[in-house]
Design a protein around this ligand. Structure first.
Ligand code: CS2
Length: 489
């Protein structure tokens, strides 16, 4: 077996553009998953290489287990991105990861890093559920983890970590911070600002909170005034890494990379240009800085992510393991195209310079990439928090315009059947990986007979469907039709 990747073992021809050991930390990243390593960390490394700036090393915070640290620390923070397109795969070693922290093991270190005066930026990829928001936005104050953070334990939630870091910055005069969400959420920046404000407001209302909470609340509120929360749109398909990927990378590099990530060739980042202090010159590495991210973000969430979810549910039910297989099914490909052109495009204002028809076609081409092996089960995860962002906005807008969002409703119906059936056409299990899995199962199990029974049971889940949408007669009948046709297959 080949030797493990590290600064010492790496053959010189594979040396990263920058050496992490020569960087100081200027960015804290919360949520050190594969996506960050294949996206923002790559832009940051390229920008550092172009400008020669050494102040943008990343302190990556893993929110769950120590496994990411165990992958990266022995490799001196080095890891590689294996790019799988239509040509033969290529690999690149990335050198922007300066430090890895494991939040559950050392929450104080995370707070200290966020409060470090050399840090001017916190970026986040914590997935939809990591924000602990209620449907429609706002912090879920009933969440026991949020309550525990509010009561003053070393913070374990993302919002709690940011709040404690901001309070410390206020105490030490560390200067203003920019907090940049890189998750697939509508208006992710303002969305996160609201969660932070809700947290600040709740600091005094928790009965068991210590006396300091009152002054913390004032400090947090003040610090939030100078904090910027730009919105951003991120795009790159990053499937879970497999053993075959690791073998392929080892063959190319000559050393074994335990922290390898895999990605498609496409990469895009559109960021609202609203920063409180210095930032890397990401635009030099290809990112777009703009005054208005919303049209980009809407187009991406409603076209790419919505179609992805639809293919995951309908494709999963048809027994397809990967998105590429699903989109090669002629019927599903047609539905995917129809979802975008009939239901989604009429709800969008195209961003400057983007042709939505061409964009839709390019999305389907990217999904069809056979080298990527992006599993339908992976995209199907966390539907209860993804659906409202990806599909329900479209449904609402079309209903309001007096139109029939037939395909978008079929996609939602696909999720309902996926949850309820638990098996594909071949009888293979479809795993339900969702923060609200128990509630979803309960709804499906208590459903009355027939398609209408399932639809009504699922529509009653208020954390997914608000009252108005759940009461919409046209939506309900489209869902019943969709569920009926899927169940009869
Ligand atoms: C996917 C996204 O897993 C999912 O839900 O839809 O992760 C998608 O691959 C990215 O947003 C692409 O940028």
């Amino acid at each position: 077996m080949s030797e493990r990747l590290s600064s010492r073992s790496l053959p010189v021809e594979w040396a990263p553009k920058v050496d992490p050991r020569e960087l100081s930390i200027g960015i804290v990243h919360l949520g050190l998953g594969a996506f960050h390593r294949a996206h923002q960390a790559v832009f940051t490394e390229h920008a550092a290489a172009i400008t020669g700036e050494s102040r943008w090393g990343i302190s990556g915070v893993s929110q769950r287990s120590a496994s990411v640290r165990e992958q990266l620390a022995p490799q001196d923070g080095l890891y590689s991105v294996l790019t799988r397109g239509l040509d033969s795969p290529s690999v690149q070693v990335i050198g922007s990861m300066r430090e890895v922290l494991t939040a559950p093991e050392d929450p104080a270190a995370v707070v200290a890093r966020i409060a470090d005066p050399a840090v001017t930026l916190v970026t986040l990829t914590v997935t939809e559920k990591g924000y602990r928001a209620v449907a429609g936005g706002g912090l879920d104050l009933a969440d026991p983890e949020i309550q525990a953070d509010l009561a003053g334990r070393p913070p374990r939630t993302v919002v709690g970590q940011l709040a404690a870091g901001l309070v410390r910055r206020a105490e030490t005069g560390a200067g203003p911070l920019t907090i940049l969400s890189c998750d697939n959420l509508v208006a992710n920046g303002p969305f996160l600002r609201r969660l932070m404000e809700d947290y600040a407001a709740a600091l005094v209302s928790v009965p068991e909170a210590r006396v300091e909470a009152v002054s913390s609340r004032q400090r947090l509120a003040e610090q939030l005034e100078s904090t910027r929360f730009p919105a951003g749109m991120v795009d790159r398909i990053v499937p879970a890494t497999t053993d075959a990927d690791r073998e392929e990378a080892a063959r190319l590099l000559g050393v074994r990379d335990e922290a390898l990530v895999v990605a498609e060739p496409f990469i895009q980042w559109v960021i609202e240009d609203d920063f409180a202090g210095a930032r890397p010159a990401w635009e030099r590495a290809g990112a777009v800085l703009t005054d208005d991210v919303a049209p980009w973000e809407q187009a991406k969430l409603r076209m790419l992510n919505a179609t992805h979810s639809m293919l995951a549910y309908l494709g999963g039910l048809r027994g397809y393991e990967t998105i590429a297989e699903a989109v090669r099914d002629a019927e599903l490909a047609e539905l995917a195209g129809e979802l975008m052109t009939r239901d989604v495009v009429p709800t969008l204002t195209p961003p400057d310079g983007l042709d939505l028809t061409a964009y839709g076609a390019s999305v389907l081409e990217r999904f069809a990439n056979p080298a990527l092996k992006h599993r339908t089960a992976q995209v199907a995860m966390d539907g209860s928090v993804k659906l409202p962002v990806r599909l329900l906005g479209t449904v609402r807008d079309r209903l309001e315009a007096g139109a029939e969002p037939r395909v978008a409703s079929l996609a939602v119906a696909g999720w309902m059947v996926y949850v309820a059936a638990g098996r594909d056409v071949n009888g293979r299990e479809l795993p339900l990986d969702d923060p609200q899995a128990a509630r979803l199962r309960e709804a499906a199990a208590s459903a009355g007979p027939g398609p209408a029974g399932l639809v009504d049971a699922m529509l009653s889940i208020e954390s997914v469907f608000d009252k108005e949408l759940a009461a919409d007669k046209l939506f309900r009948s489209l869902l019943i039709e969709g569920v009926g046709s899927l169940q009869s297959h």
